[in-house]
Design a binder for this molecule. Sequence first.
Ligand SMILES: Cc1cc2nc3c(=O)[nH]c(=O)nc-3n(C[C@H](O)[C@H](O)[C@H](O)COP(=O)(O)OP(=O)(O)OC[C@H]3O[C@@H](n4cnc5c(N)ncnc54)[C@H](O)[C@@H]3O)c2cc1C
Length: 544
Amino acid sequence: MNKVAHYLQEHLVGEVMTSADARRYFSTDTSIFTQTPALVVYPRNENDIRKTARFTWQLAERGRAIPITARGSGTDQSGAAIGNGVLMIFPAHMHRILELDSKTGNVTVEPGINYGKLQQTLLTHNRFLPPYPASIEYCTIGGAVANNASGEKSLKYGDTRGFVKAMRVVLANGEVIETKKLSKRELSKKLGLATFEGEIYRALDALLEENKDLLKQMQPGVTKNSAGYALDLVKRKDGFDLTPLFVGAQGTLGLISEITLQTEVHTPNTTLIAAQFDDLKVACQIIMELRKLPDLPSAMEIVDEHLLKFVQTHNPNLLQGVVNQPLPKILLLLEFDNPAERQQKRLAKKATKLLNKYQVSHRLETEAQAKEALWRIRHSAATVTSYSEGNSKAIPIIEDGVVPVERFNEYLDAVYQLFDRYQLASAVWGHAGDANVHMQPLMDLSQVGDRQKLFKLLDEYYNLVISMGGSTTGEHGDGRLRGLYLQNLYGPEIYEVFRKVKKIFDPYNTLNPGVKIDVSLDQVKSMVRQEYSLEHLYDHMPRS
Ligand SMILES: Cc1cc2nc3c(=O)[nH]c(=O)nc-3n(C[C@H](O)[C@H](O)[C@H](O)COP(=O)(O)OP(=O)(O)OC[C@H]3O[C@@H](n4cnc5c(N)ncnc54)[C@H](O)[C@@H]3O)c2cc1C
């Protein structure tokens, strides 16, 4: 491998590293898996990415495949930001804002920019990117785009995919392409190109045409979904666009070198309602009814009694004067951010009326400090994710399922029963308005018993979500963990189309192999860490 590192270092402006400690540092992300890269590359510019891809393509043509895995901050929980070949680290150098267009509000960035920093800059222009994940302070925009991340504001504003307008992407052979919505004329030009890009357009267009009817039924009946490839969004009446396909592809189809995103006007003056429920059924009923308001709330988030009890034990100050005792089964936070004050008030009034009808204890806050104290409770789920009890750690394995909203209550009941059956302690929190909640049971990965339990639990949980018409991942992506269930989720025919897509873009399987498509259970089992930790995040206190 040193020869490869040597060659790359001679040709790249950015650094190449093969030291054992650098490779060890990048051998984990925030998933339960580990894989040590052969070398680490810090691209300084698009040309460095291009040259690396070109080189690995040429080696692959000669029968030696060295994979490339793109990496932002490595906060991926699905095992998609690790690999055994070249690990390409974007935040080191490729972290600039290239353009912020004050007229359109569009922003163009390099993928390694820290999401939180970008958001701060946008806020100084009274704009923001609504689908920010809870890991905003420490993840990159490139990782968020590659995962199709979303978060607490996605109920109203949707996921990352809806905000990416255009990209520059380095293909597996080192060619650079620009993606955006193409008119018929622009598409026929692409179809005529005698390049790898042309080959991709031709093969993909034919594949989509052949499977038109099949792909019409590809989306599960949920309000957010980061599983699979978004093939249903590529060829539409209003144009042909590869952008939505690269979003959520987890670096398996190309390496993103530049991203143009649309932003939204930010309204700091919000109304926040906190409602306490003692009955899960009533909470789910009200969540359904709140979704029918003339405008969707900007957030509808929950934390459950287990999380509240956990906070009471470990950080009781957070609850004082904010949540009434005895602690409720569910605390719901309902936010309205409509820019028109009258409309915001009207919606908050309707919500209050509904809560009164069901005699639910609640309070309404518009003052910044009071709202922040409430949000802090929701964000305190971070205390759970970084919690350990002896060798047992809160681990992300069944943390991101999403079901049809009308089945939320049934789903939560089934999840609590699952925890009981497996005798696992876990709290539940997240995006109730989308029926997409997070949970991380405490397990000890150094114990054979827990490692065996792990795969049984995975099967039971993901089959439950799929049987309810849900998706295995609302926002965190398939990676290795959920790649195991992708065929079950979409069925063999659509899965076969996904495999063909992968082959079209990545014929030598050099782009993040073993992620999303053709995930091997044996390989995944062999990659489970003996000890789980969040070492990459300890600079920041994670929130979730
Ligand atoms: C405590 C915690 C909370 C979280 N909360 C959320 C949440 O609310 N919502 C959510 O969606 N996710 C959440 N996540 C998951 C994760 O943090 C996000 O998806 C995040 O956006 C990933 O960004 P990253 O920079 O860490 O990417 P990484 O982990 O480095 O990479 C993620 C994926 O993107 C690919 N990638 C990175 N850069 C590029 C590139 N330039 N070109 C092509 N592919 C690339 C990688 O190969 C990998 O497949 C959370 C994680 C943690 C640990």
